[in-house]
Design a protein around this ligand. Structure first.
Ligand SMILES: [Zn+2]
Ligand SMILES: [Zn+2]
Length: 422
């Protein structure tokens, strides 16, 4: 490999790897739910302080910001999310989580089922590498360790708590996520990459009565059923073929007993879209269909709509993505691939949007390459490879950590590594 700023900074990777693997296993064994990332944040802050960063704790609750100033030059923001999920781990790993936590008054198992422990470990490593090789770059590296990605409000929480003031002027924002493709690979994508997500709880009202006397009721069970069926036409009949969108009714609840007609029904649904226009059109269609079905059923009160867990679309800036993709190809060769469009969602883009800077978000593989190849050959990737949020999601430690750490360094140096004026 030609001697580049990236290769010279990454010469320190072996030292970083020495603590990273143990740190990762410890973090994996001690996952924390959204807004409860106290232990994680404490460990992150300590490591960043030891690396010589200016550290801000408690940003937006449990968020941590580490700033590394190294003279004049561009400022690059990198973000890692820290929270875990209420999932009972079934990986069988020696460092599997046995942790539980209390949320909404209930005790639940907790697992790093989305790989945020990988993101934290890689960003710590990248910052330490940059801190150890300040002669190779110039500018400012900012690491944002964000709480509560899984509940979609951690990024906004940090923004609302003065993130812009802490980080100052930033030129670009970068983010990565470990995904279920071969470890060692990095995948970039220009334009819309992750969907916007909207969750909604809809309550429709009826009039309860004895199950034997339907004439005295307005039956919300039938009403809700009609709504669920009619909602299937929104994507199939109202959105343009080729414009990807998803509308899933994940929950439908009404009644308690076979011979009691209840007085209300509740529908919970989830929407995924890639443009504001499609998103608005679908939300309007849901409103129209629910309201009209309630009218058709003689519903005695208007339906109630409650929105929650709203994620923005992640729309990668073409110029930024191109610069990162070129740097990845130079460094990773054939392992730099194109990331397919993802139906998952993220709140990362709330940060660059609030700061007014362009961004890109890429994927790193976390699946053992041989395992992946076997599954691909047998046509069994969807059956055999656990994806994020699965109780079996278990990124291989290497080359995942090396790749994620290197990807951040390589991408950041696409800005920071430029000689001043060059
Ligand atoms: Zn997740
Ligand atoms: Zn995630």
């Amino acid at each position: 490999m030609a001697s580049t700023a990236a290769s010279r900074v990454l010469a320190g990777l072996e030292n970083v790897r020495g603590w990273q693997e143990g740190f990762y296993q410890d973090l994996h064994a001690h996952p924390e739910l959204s807004h409860q990332e106290h232990r994680t944040a404490g460990n992150v802050a300590q490591r960043m302080r030891d690396a010589g960063c200016e550290v801000h704790e408690g940003v937006g609750g449990t968020g941590v910001v580490a700033v590394l100033r190294n003279g004049d030059g561009p400022a690059v923001l990198m973000r890692a999310d820290m929270d875990a999920l209420p999932v009972r781990e079934q990986t069988g790993l020696p460092y599997a989580s046995a942790v539980t936590a209390t949320t909404d008054g209930a005790e639940v198992p907790v697992m790093h089922a989305c790989g945020h422990d990988v993101h934290v470990t890689c960003l710590l490593g990248a910052m330490e590498l940059l801190a150890g090789a300040t002669s190779e770059w110039t500018g400012t590296a900012v690491a944002v360790f964000q709480p509560a990605e899984e509940v979609a409000d951690g990024a906004r929480g940090m923004v609302d708590d003065g993130l812009a003031k802490i980080v100052g002027a930033v030129d670009v924002a970068l983010c990565q996520h470990v995904l279920a493709f071969p470890a060692g690979q990095v995948g970039t994508r220009s334009g819309p990459t992750l969907s916007a997500a909207d969750s909604m709880r809809i309550t429709v009202h009826g009039r309860g009565a004895h199950g034997s006397m339907p004439q005295a009721s307005v039956d919300p069970v039938v009403l809700a059923a009609m709504i669920v069926v009619r909602l299937q036409t929104v994507i199939s009949r109202e959105t343009r073929p080729g414009d990807p969108a998803v509308l899933t009714v994940g929950s439908l609840q009404a009644g308690t007993k076979s011979n009691v007609i209840p007085d209300a029904a509740t529908i919970q649904l989830n929407i995924r879209t890639y443009s504001e226009q499609t998103r608005t059109a679908i939300l309007d269609a849901i409103n129209r269909i629910v309201t009209a079905e309630c009218d058709a059923s003689r519903s005695p009160a208007p339906p109630e709509f409650e929105r929650f867990d709203q994620f923005p679309v992640t729309d990668n800036d073409p110029g930024v993505t191109d610069r990162v993709a070129t740097a990845f190809t130079d460094h990773f060769g054939d392992c730099a691939v194109e990331l397919p469009l993802q139906t998952a969602s993220e709140d990362f883009s709330d940060i660059p949007k609030a700061l007014g800077v362009p961004y890109t978000y890429w994927g790193i593989g976390g699946v053992d390459p041989a395992t992946y190849e076997r599954a691909a050959k047998a046509g069994r990737v969807a059956d055999d490879i656990p994806v994020n949020h699965s109780a079996q999601f278990a990124p291989v430690i290497q080359p995942t950590l090396d790749t994620g750490t290197s990807a951040l360094v390589v991408a950041a140096l696409a800005w920071l590594g430029r000689s001043p004026g060059g």
